[in-house]
Design a protein around this ligand. Sequence first.
Ligand code: ZN
Length: 287
Amino acid sequence: MKKPMPALFSLLFLISCLGRQSNTHTDNPQKDSPIKPATSIIQDTSSKDPVQKMASAVEILAKKQVPILCYHQIRDWKPTDSKRAKDYIVPVDAFKQQMKMLADSGYHSILPDELYDYLTKGTPLPSKPVMLSFDDTDLEQYSIAYPEMQKHHFKGVFFIMTVSLNRPRYMNSQQVKELSDAGNVIGSHTWDHHNVKQYQGKDWEIQIDKPTKLLETITGKPIRYFAYPFGLWNKQAIPELKKRNFVAAFQLITQRDDEDPLFTIRRMIVPGYWSLATLQHYMNKNF
Ligand SMILES: [Zn+2]
């Protein structure tokens, strides 16, 4: 048998050492995860890879949660806005100050794929990660939030309720595509915001299948993330979402499911009357 060339041999040894070394510098609690070359984890968010060991539910639940902020309307209050409505309406200046505070404090916005890789494979996140999420297709998310986020190099995830597309005061398909093309993520938020806990038979097709197909046509990308309307979910909904190729789903601030933490990821609504200090307080307390 031919002897391996010494140069090649030492190169292989070096690569193997580097692989091991870089692995020990991640804060991956999966102690028994296989050591893989660094290139194999980049952009790989497929849950179908048979070689990749996915973190268990217990391991995912043990990880530090990333603060995920949830916004709806971004506009100045009207005299007719009730106290309860103001939970969902962040005044324009308040939103701008919040983005500036996050940037000045060293936060880095992350996207769902990065969160998914962190939770399932231990892929490291940037320092002070935060996720910015937007529900319900309101136009100001495109006209106000998006340019403000660009100033700070932030990207976010926009959960679209497709019934509202192209209606007055809501985003149109072209604006959704522009957000997607700019590197933001488009997720599904049903057709018309019906509570997932009440779906039967054809509801899955109307609320999930058709809107997903439409969003995929608009963006030209697969739609992999879902946000529950009102943050409401039940155990029966999770296999239905999995069947439809979603890899994670976002609720609001209630406890995560013991068996399916990826389908009950927590987010926090930022009420319109919160000060910057209150926002910071709850980002630390709730996650
Ligand atoms: Zn909603």
